[in-house]
Design a protein around this ligand. Structure first.
Ligand SMILES: [Zn+2]
Length: 517
């Protein structure tokens, strides 16, 4: 259902050209500078040079949240000493009007806006601690910038081009997917694009490879040099090649992995052209390499969704008020499923390993979370405290559900077209610049596939019916064994499946040529 405010906006937006005479003034451009040479006090010193602000640009907005985090961040909490100055350097009155908003009294006079903003890692807050991989850290030998946690924008200018200049020690290495010009200035087409690329800089190691012709870079900060970028690349290169084969070709022109290893493990955050990881430093072993690869596979697969398949809510991201999309099953559930199944289908993971991992997800879903929470409810409540408590189940129940949908699609198509194929078709149908209507995605999926798919969504995504894991894996000749109390204990692969089970199992393992689309 479209929200009223969207309808109003669409109506007003359509009427505007005829009622407003075209004015040939260029849109204000926003030039930010951040001084990273001054790192003593855990504060980023930010200066925005601007001209041409109008009455509609008088609120300086900090992000309330950011795409893909599904958490309230209220970055305004970290701002210190917000000031606006005119061309003569005289102060223009400013007033904080809400946690994330500062009103500038005479925006047209403003030439400089400056403030300091505390790093999120070392700044205590009472609630809604910003995830480490989504926050900022400013230290002696390195800096992590997630730009939404440093930079805001004048209201009305979320879509204005942005320039960003960083001052930092000459010996530092910079890892980011942002594009830099010959003068060392980073450029983004909009605030949305700017904040989509984290920046890690300092004493880093680096490594690179090509995947389906696309350059992929890895940058690593490791506190005591235990983990180096070439080691990580060595662990991940087969997975990256497998991802390339799974997708045919990568839907991006470059990709950057940023790793931060110190004394805390937090997780990872995906972006369109990069991902940021924060984990505890340890000796580099094969098992550490494998677990980092699994996580990297998940984040990397986000190049497909939400980047290339997303709803209008993601497309027009609302930094003022968090607006959830109900399709978290797709953005996170399907991504987590794909991260593992692409390794299964490439032969990097055995069916036994894949099923053991699936079993752990079933066990966690049943024991650590509220099974009455549907995937849709989980999505729609993700910005609330009760929703946050269930949120991580999207990586369990969400991935399990995607795996079941895949089996159902393979069954209905007689092994010819599973979720992998349907996802690729969706990227072609929609893509980076074309969002799907929030309310219409399931209709689209049903039209592309089978009427039975509607029933699947009704039961296992909109509602929280018990997942038919036994029933569906049995279609592949794989039995879910349970203990006396009905708790799942292991998967058993039937050595002599029926012909139908064998056919479906081969398709599930990616061993049958699928229908070309
Ligand atoms: Zn994810």
């Amino acid at each position: 259902m479209p929200r009223l405010s969207e309808l109003l906006f669409a109506t007003l937006g359509a009427a505007a050209p005829s009622s407003t005479p075209a004015v040939a003034t260029a849109a204000p451009s926003l030039s930010y500078a951040v001084d990273l040479n001054d790192r003593a006090d855990d504060l980023f010193k930010v200066t925005l040079t601007v001209k041409g602000l109008g009455p509609d640009n008088g609120i300086y907005q900090f992000a309330s949240t950011a795409p893909g985090t599904y958490q309230v961040m209220n970055i305004g909490r970290f701002v210190r000493g917000f000031e606006a100055l005119d061309a003569a350097g005289a102060r223009i009155p400013v007033e904080q009007v809400s946690v994330n908003q500062w009103r500038i009294a005479e925006p047209a006079r403003a030439r400089t806006i400056r403030y300091a903003i505390a790093e999120t890692w070392d700044t205590e807050v009472e609630q809604n601690q910003v995830y480490l991989m989504c926050g900022t850290s400013i230290e002696r030998d390195h800096v992590l910038i997630n730009p939404h946690a440093v930079i805001g924008y004048p209201s009305g200018l979320q879509q204005a081009p942005v320039r960003l200049r960083l001052a930092y020690p000459a010996a530092w290495v910079v890892g980011t997917a942002l594009e830099r010009d010959g003068k060392g200035v980073y450029h983004a087409e909009s605030y949305d694009e700017l904040i989509d690329s984290p920046i890690l800089l300092g004493r880093l190691t680096e490594a690179r490879m090509m995947v389906t012709g696309v350059p992929v870079e890895i940058y690593v900060y490791s506190k005591t040099d235990k983990i180096k970028a070439p080691q990580l690349l060595g662990a991940m290169d087969d997975m990256l090649e497998a991802a390339g084969r799974f997708l045919g070709r990568l839907p991006v022109d470059r990709y950057t992995f940023l790793y931060h290893f110190e004394d805390q493990s937090a997780g990872a955050w995906e972006h369109s052209l990069s991902s940021e990881y924060v984990f505890e430093e340890g000796e580099f072993t094969d098992s550490l390499g494998q677990s980092l690869t699994d996580i990297a596979a998940h984040e990397f697969f986000h190049v497909v969704t939400p980047l290339n398949i997303h709803s209008e809510i993601i497309e027009h991201f609302n930094f003022v008020t968090p607006v959830p999309s109900q399709h978290l099953w797709l953005y996170e559930g399907t991504t987590e499923w794909a991260a593992h199944v692409m390794q299964l289908r490439a032969g990097l993971k055995s069916p036994e390993d894949y099923l053991a991992h699936t079993l752990r997800k079933i066990q966690i879903d049943r024991t650590a979370f509220d099974s009455s929470y549907s995937l849709r409810e989980l999505a729609l409540t993700s910005y609330s405290d009760s929703g946050q408590a269930q949120y991580a189940n999207i990586y369990m129940r969400g991935a399990l559900t995607a795996g079941l949908l895949d089996i159902r699609l393979l069954e209905l198509s007689k092994g010819e077209r599973g979720l992998q194929d349907v996802i690729l078709e969706l990227t072609r149908k929609f893509g980076k610049d074309r969002a799907f209507p929030e309310a219409g995605l399931v209709d689209t999926l049903v039209a592309m596939t089978y009427p039975e798919v509607r029933d699947f969504f009704a039961r296992y995504v909109w509602e929280s019916d018990k997942l038919p894991i036994e029933e569906y894996y049995a279609k592949l000749g794989i039995r879910l064994a349970e203990d006396a109390d009905g708790r799942p204990v292991r998967f058993e692969i039937e050595p002599n499946p029926t012909q139908e089970q064998r056919r479906l199992r081969e398709a599930w393992l990616g061993r049958r040529p699928r229908k070309a689309t």
